[in-house]
Each structure stands twice: as C-alpha cells, then as structure tokens.
Design a protein around this ligand. Structure first.
Ligand code: NAD
Length: 519
C-alpha cells in the first residue's frame, strides 16, 4: 500500500556526520572520474569511436566522463527499440510500473550524497544546491508514482448513464523524446523520465551534453530496477543532431523538453510538421526560460526582501530558470534595498564547490556560458551603474568563476532587463509606484516566476491577479519550488505551463479513452 507523499528533507551539512558522509561521497565519485560511457539502446551497450567529454567547470582540464557521440542513425535505432518496447510496456499494470519508480527513489535516497557529489563535480553546484537537486529528483519519483496510480482510477469521474457500463482510461501515448537541460541535471531528467515511463510510455532520452555523467547515473538507477529493455534508451550526443532527429521522427509521439526559448521554439515548429508515415499530431511539452522579477514596495520588510533577492539571484550562480534577474524597487526604498542586496551578495563566497559546504557559488557551467555572461558586463556598464562584481575571477586551474554582479538604475526596456542572461547578474530597476512596478514586472516576453515583498494586503491581492507568472511568490524567495507543493511551469515564452510536480502533469503523457458498453 502506498503511504502519502512526503517531500524529502534537505540535508543539514552543518551536522558533522552529514559533512563526513558528503566528503566520502565526493571521494567515491572522484574515483570514478574519467570513465567512458556507451549508448544504451534496447538494453544493449553500444560504444562508438566518436566521443565527447564532460568537464569539471572548476578545473576544466579534469574530464569527468567521456560519452559516445550518437548521430541521427542512433536516434532512429533507439526510437525503433522504444516503439517495440511500447507494445508490451503499455500493458504493464500501473501499480507495477509505479513500483519500478518507487524502488529507484528508494535507491537514490540511499545514495543521495553520491548523486549530489556528482553534480558538485560536473556542473559546479554548491553542496546545498546539489542536495536540493537530488531531493527534488526523489520527490518527483515518489510523487509521480502516486499520481499515476491516482489517475488510473477514474471511478466517480463520469456521470451515470442507465443501461451502460462506462469507463474512462488514461492510456499512454507512445514513444517520447525526452530532452532535458543541464541546470537541474538530476531532478529534471529524473522527473521527465519518471513521468513518461510511469504512465506507460517508452522513451528515447538525450542528456544535455554538459551534464551527461549525472544523466547516465540517473538512467542506470532506472535500469538497475530491472526496467525491460527498450523502455528507456540513452542516446548521448549533440542536440542539433540527435535531439533534432528525435523531434522529427515520424514514430515519435511526444516531446518532453526543458531548455532555452530558442531551442523550445525550434522544437515547437518542427514538431508541428507531419512527416510521411506519421499517424498522429505530436504533443509538445516545452518548458523554457525566464526573466524573473521581484518587486519590493515601501511597506516591505527590507531585510527579508534583500535576503530573498540575493538567494533567488545567485543560488547556483543564477543558472536557474526561476532565478531573480530583476529587482524592481519602489523609489522610496530603492537605495535602502540596493545597499542591503549589494552588502549581502558581496559576502557570498565563490570557489570550487568540492572544497566544502561553506562555498556558496561555484563556477558557471562552461566557457561559452562564461563568455556570454561576461558580455553582459559590458552591456550593463553602458545601460546602468555597476554596483558589485563585473569581471571574471581568475584561478590557477582556469575555472569558469564569475562573482555576483549587480547593476543599478537599469531601464525596464534595457537589454539587461529583457534578455535571459542565465548567470549571476542582477539588474536593479526603479519604479515610481506599485502600479508601475507591476507593469515593469509583467513587461517581458516571459512569465515563469515572480515575487512581491510587501506588507500591504491589497497590493498582495492585486499581485495574485495581475502579476502574470506561472509561479508567484509573496514575501519569500522565488526559487526552490517543491514537488507537490509548488507545481512549476511558466506562461508566455517561458513555455507550455506544464506544471511539473503538480496534480495535472501526468495527464500530459496520456490520452483519455472513453468506453461505453450497452448492458
Ligand atoms: P538548451 O536549449 O541549450 O538545451 C536543452 C536541451 O536541448 C539539451 O539537451 C540540448 O542538447 C538540446 N537541444 C539543443 N538544440 C536542440 C535541437 N535543435 N533540437 C532538439 N534538442 C536540442 O538549454 P540549456 O542551456 O541546456 O538550459 C538552460 C535553459 O533552460 C535556460 O533558458 C533555462 O531558463 C531553461 N530552463 C527552463 C526550466 C523550466 O522549467 N521552465 C527549467 C530549467 C531550465
């Protein structure tokens, strides 16, 4: 029997036992560094001569793993395998499918620090951020397993019709192309895989290149539970080649993507094309970027606001779709909040996160990210006033470190206030009053997360109605959505608002079959 879902507790690394356990996990995963990983199609491991490497962004000379570089032909093989596996997997009872996922959750919980340590090394997460990522992965599995069982029971949903036996079944769709980003490299792939598989679909999974190692560990966790061959196929390689073929293939039934706006739009357009031999219209579940803002008014608790802004802006180096990249401050409190935010952000420690729990910010994910984010330092200097940071930090090992960077007096329509930078860069924007603050907050193409700090009841109520974001947070930070507590997904160019970790999410991976039999 399934117990109620309870979110995973975060680890207190201040506890010496937990700290020692995390250090041991780091030692363990360091001993695994440098291995080579194959593709896995239909349960078969396929090694290729073409490979690519995943690097430690704190010490880029350190290759954490080498991965087979698939091409379109491997995507085709994997889709064919997934299509064959679907013919049996779709008939496996939901309770059995849920058990695979629950066993994977239990195993990940046992090896929680190992998963976190892998992310510390591969993408530079701090201990706390990595722990939150692994916890969320466990939560997704625990939650979706229960939701799958719940939606399979449609009793009571239909209106009685005399003389007929009625049923409503949410049946699986078919083969899914699962394409995650690198920034929640354990939680997002785990959630995308668990949701698709537990509802009876089979999957071709293409990890984000920069986080292929942790993605491999997630897949291995599922395979180790005895998942039948072909249900989960691992095809590492470039998005533009492998991902694109997965999207275009006529046997792909749905696409589950999380990533940038640019790629999301491209997938949306390509998925709409019906190819020869294709019998359905593909379903696209696309979660994209953000330009998330926090409003602070003159009634707010300014210390709480500054803490919320700093936590939201600089956690995982600002590389979250939910990160606060705009602080919209009402004129009367602009200087007071700016001063507090700069002071708090200036205290954040930046360094290689495997050194210890006290490092707040690690490197950004790769050289391309470093260059892109740094290019906004120049833009920000032209568009506003540099208040903190603004230049890369150099280390002997050439790590991709950037300091928390804050620009003041940025205009609402400036590039710094409109474009997703995806790094530790915060724009402070001045608003004359609350009306204007809300207008600025809504004044981008995105609509993912947003926040308001205020003690004014009426203003908080207005934000509930007028602040157009998928995830609105009042008097708290705007990151850290919890599975089952804060269903997550955005409006407008932030995506299709699929609300991961929410009660409706699994329906996206199903189609409803309505059956009536004359008695
Ligand atoms: P990205 O779009 O560059 O890549 C995402 C995935 O798409 C990768 O696996 C990549 O290989 C693949 N890909 C690239 N080109 C492709 C193509 N032409 N066809 C098919 N697949 C292709 O994004 P990223 O840099 O990995 O992630 C960062 C982005 O993700 C940010 O914009 C961030 O806001 C967004 N994000 C959104 C959410 C959300 O829930 N809304 C969550 C996390 C991240």
């Amino acid at each position: 029997m399934l117990t109620p879902y309870i979110p995973e507790s975060l680890t207190r690394f201040a506890d010496p036992h937990e700290e020692a356990a995390m250090r041991a996990a780091l030692d363990k995963v360091k001993s695994e560094i440098g291995r080579t990983y194959p593709l896995v199609i239909d349960g078969e491991r396929i090694s290729l001569t073409h490979t690519f490497q995943s690097l430690n962004p704190a010490r880029p000379a350190e290759v954490v793993g080498t991965f087979a570089e698939a091409d379109a032909s491997h995507a085709d093989l994997a889709i064919a395998a997934a299509a064959r596996a679907f013919e049996t997997w779709k008939f496996v009872p939901v309770a059995d499918r849920a058990r695979y996922v629950l066993r994977a959750a239990a195993e990940m919980r046992r090896r929680k620090h190992e998963f976190s340590a892998t992310m510390v090394l591969e993408v530079g997460k701090s201990w706390a951020e990595a722990d939150a990522d692994t916890s969320e992965a466990i939560d997704f599995m625990e939650y979706y397993a229960r939701q799958a069982v719940r939606i399979a029971d449609s009793s009571g949903l239909l209106t009685h019709s005399s003389g007929e036996d009625l049923a409503l079944h949410y049946i699986p769709l078919g083969v899914g192309a699962v394409i995650p980003p690198w920034n929640f490299p354990c939680a997002i792939p785990t959630g995308m895989l668990a949701s698709a598989i537990v509802t009876g679909n089979t999957v071709v999974f293409k990890p984000a290149e920069l986080s292929s190692w942790i993605a491999w560990k997630v897949c291995e966790l599922f395979w180790d539970q005895g998942l039948p061959p072909g249900v989960l196929n691992f095809v590492s390689g470039p998005g533009r080649v492998v991902g694109e073929r997965m999207v275009d293939h006529p046997q792909t039934r749905f696409i589950s993507f999380t990533g940038s706006r640019e790629v999301g739009i491209r997938i949306y357009e390509r998925a709409a094309k019906v190819h020869p031999g294709q019998k359905w219209l593909k379903r696209s579940i696309l979660e994209m970027g953000g330009k998330d803002g926090v409003v602070v008014d003159e009634t707010a608790d300014l210390d709480a606001a500054a803490q919320g802004i700093v936590a939201s802006a600089f956690g995982f180096q600002g590389q979250k779709c939910s990160a606060a990249s705009r602080a919209i401050l009402i004129n009367d409190v602009y200087d007071a909040v700016a001063e507090r935010v700069v002071a708090l952000a200036g205290k954040l420690s930046v360094g290689a996160t495997d050194l210890g729990r006290e490092i707040d910010m690690g490197p950004v994910v790769d050289l391309k990210a470093l260059q892109k984010i740094s290019s906004y330092f120049e833009v920000g200097t032209q568009e506003g006033t540099l208040l903190l940071g603004g230049a890369p930090l150099h280390t002997p090992e050439g790590g991709y470190f950037l300091p928390p960077t804050i620009f003041g007096d940025i205009a609402p329509d400036a590039r710094l206030a409109q474009e997703e930078i995806f790094g530790p860069v915060l724009a402070l924007i001045r608003a004359q009053n609350y009306d204007e603050a809300l207008e600025i907050a809504n004044g981008t193409d995105y609509g993912l997360t947003g926040g308001v700090f205020s003690r004014d009841r009426a203003r908080l109520e207005r934000a509930r109605h007028e602040f157009h974001v998928g995830n609105l947070y009042l008097n708290r930070k705007i990151t850290g959505a919890m599975v089952g507590i804060n269903p997550f997904g955005g409006f407008n160019m932030s995506g299709t608002d699929s609300k991961a970790g929410g009660p409706d999410y699994l329906l996206l991976f199903t189609q409803a079959k309505s059956i009536a039999e004359r008695l």
